[in-house]
Design a protein. Structure first.
Length: 332
């Protein structure tokens, strides 16, 4: 009962902070002209939209965590690495950084996470494999959330459901502090959605999308999944199936078309769905439904038998492959 009460208060406080701070961040972005202007290509909004939404997300998670949670090395490591990436993202929003500088900031944040003893620890693998796997995982998830942020409300919707199911998995594993941290991000995403929903009044910006990607990557890596079955190791990949699907789809299509995978192009699944005549709200509904199914699938994989887990994972892979092939056939 006490855990439920603290969890509820954590959620409420984070929600209040984000609802209060987002309009302030929006006004500041407009005042300092930190705006995203339409370009007629990937940026098709009708008018310039302010950035800096990531600041309100950061404030909500930091204030709710500092007020209610007991700080241990893990929590401090996640928040400190988030602070580093927040700074890198703001600098990128102010004046576009080169990919090398951005990557350097992301790698530095990854090392802070590892220093806080948050890393992939597959017992059967030596540290010199687990360590690069950790860096690769965090960098991948940071950039999946950055890549998926191409439509109003999309990245923050994925953030909401990802953090919600990570919280559920953490509570199931008895990791209550971690679960509450995930709940604080979940609440921040829920509150920010009302400013970022179509048509968006404020964007996350690189600072926000990279920040939520880092938080999600670190928290997903911190949850214990294998207390019932070793198959639970794939649970975080399933929870984050939507952004990982986006990354794989974009990289494969750009590679086949001989385009640099790191340069912007309308290859994203959301833009392909738009080409089919599906509007933003229906796309958000589809993404929400898929995220819920993947979240439930991850819980089944963690708690179910090995057979059930294998069947569930197999179905997910088949459906993702079918979706990827069908979407790749849409001309953009």
């Amino acid at each position: 009962m006490q855990i439920a009460a603290v969890g509820g208060i954590t959620f409420a406080l984070s929600l209040i902070v984000v609802l209060y701070s987002t309009p302030i961040a929006r006004k500041a972005a407009i005042y300092f002209k930190i705006l995203d202007f339409p370009d007629g290509k990937l940026k098709n909004q009708k008018q310039a939209v302010p950035y800096l939404g990531g600041i309100s997300i950061y404030a909500a998670v930091l204030i709710s965590s500092a007020s209610l949670l007991r700080f241990d090395t893990d929590i401090l490591g996640i928040l400190l690495s988030g602070s580093i990436l927040m700074l890198v993202g703001i600098l990128d929003d102010l004046k576009a950084l080169t990919p090398i500088i951005k990557l350097g900031g992301q790698i530095f944040a990854c090392f802070v996470i590892v220093k806080a003893d948050i890393f992939i620890d597959v017992v059967s693998l030596p540290w010199w494999i687990n360590f690069p796997l950790t860096i690769l995982w965090v960098l991948t998830i940071i950039n999946t959330f950055n890549i998926i942020d191409v439509m109003d409300g999309l990245c923050i919707t994925v953030t909401f459901f990802s953090s919600l199911f990570i919280a559920a998995l953490a509570f199931l594993a008895g990791q209550n502090i971690l679960g509450m941290l995930a709940l604080s991000l979940c609440a921040a995403a829920f509150g920010f959605f009302w400013f970022n929903k179509p048509p968006a009044k404020i964007y996350l910006g690189d600072a926000g999308s990279m920040l939520v990607g880092l938080f999600i990557a670190a928290m997903a890596m911190s949850v214990r999944y294998t207390y019932h079955s070793n198959l639970g190791l794939i649970a975080p990949v399933v929870v984050l199936g939507v952004p990982i699907f986006e990354l794989v789809l974009v990289v494969i299509i750009r590679t086949l078309n001989k385009k640099p995978f790191y340069l912007g192009s309308p290859d994203h699944f959301s833009l392909r769905l738009k080409k089919l005549g599906i509007n933003n709200w229906w796309i958000l509904f589809i993404v929400s439904l898929v995220s819920i199914l993947l979240g439930i699938g991850s819980i089944i994989i963690v708690l179910g038998s090995a057979t059930t887990g294998i069947v569930t994972a197999g179905l997910i892979v088949v459906m993702m492959l079918i979706a990827g092939v069908l979407l790749s056939m849409v001309k953009v």
